[in-house]
Design a protein around this ligand. Structure first.
Ligand SMILES: [Zn+2]
Length: 118
């Protein structure tokens, strides 16, 4: 069985890993202290990763305002969903806004179909 997670949570994990990559790249740069040019290249790369991560965080903020707040039928907690189908942030219960899809097995392809129609 594939483990799904909420789209917003997925993007958050991605942004967090970018920050870690940024710090790792800068840390690697410290091993080249004898070559200031190499160090600065690593530092700039690390800063770029962290800047990109803040952009991703900003994007999550934008997405969150567009996300629909629903009360999860599984755990009763309020959660946010993106697109026609998403997963509850708290209990990973599949959620849908489309009554046609209600009761059907969760499938990421439903989101793609929506995109194709546009
Ligand atoms: Zn839930």
């Amino acid at each position: 069985m594939t483990k799904y997670s909420s789209k917003i949570n997925k993007i958050r994990t991605f942004a967090l890993s970018l920050i870690f990559i940024g710090f790792i790249v800068m840390y690697i740069g410290l091993f080249f202290r004898a070559h200031p040019i190499v160090v600065s290249v690593f530092m700039v790369l690390g800063i770029l990763f962290i800047l990109f991560s803040t952009m991703v965080y900003f994007w999550i903020g934008m997405l969150s305002t567009k996300a629909v707040q629903v009360v999860c039928p599984g755990c009763g907690k309020p959660t946010k969903m993106l697109g026609r189908v998403d997963i509850c942030m708290h209990c990973n219960e599949p959620l849908t806004l489309d009554s046609e899809l209600e009761g059907k097995a969760f499938n990421k392809a439903y989101n793609r179909k929506k995109l194709q129609k546009k």
